[in-house]
Design a protein. Sequence first.
Length: 232
Amino acid sequence: MQIEMLSRPAGTVAKVTLGKGEVLTAEKGAMLAMSQNLVVETTSQKKGGKGGLMSMLKSMLRWFSGESFFINHFTSNGEGEEIYVGPPLIGDVVHHKNTGGTLIIQGTSWMASSADIEVSTMMQKLTAGFFGGDGLFWVKCTGNGDILLNSFGAIYEVDVKDTYTVDTGHIVAYEDTLQFKVGQASKSLIGSILGGEGLVAKFSGSGKLYCQTHNPPSFGGALGPNLKPVQR
């Protein structure tokens, strides 16, 4: 599998070239275009995974996390078959090469991954979920393979060595070798609120962290007051 990013960072799409028999699993609606020798299968679980009640529950958790209940699997019947995938919002896409560990992704930022990546859903701690700005449910990707992340705005990568602080609404994904606690940006809670920073995630440990330069709630808050009501 070969992955190439096009038109970074404002309107990024990923061009994925597949060998015969290779599979790309993608979020519903992520496919923009593809060559003819790709077979599409839509399921509510990982391709070839076990069914049953637990599978259904995991699929329901994906829906609560902001991801679609269904995912698509694109299987190549030839060499060099191409598929283009992109995010729903104007923004960036990055390629993360997972080497056996776990990448934890905020609800709507998982876009696609190779067949060897196990995609499931996890709950954050209640305090992190309610105050972290990204909901209770996050996507967890485990295994050896390729993961495509998307964002609103550009994505930048941080190699955390000790500690790092980021606004809760700007977290895209992080390796599970990192932990974070939600706290206030300054020593004074009132100062944090008046300064517009509010709550932040204070990461600790060693690992990779992905952040986005924009976030939809802030954009909506800035845009909303300027929208005129529809005249009926």
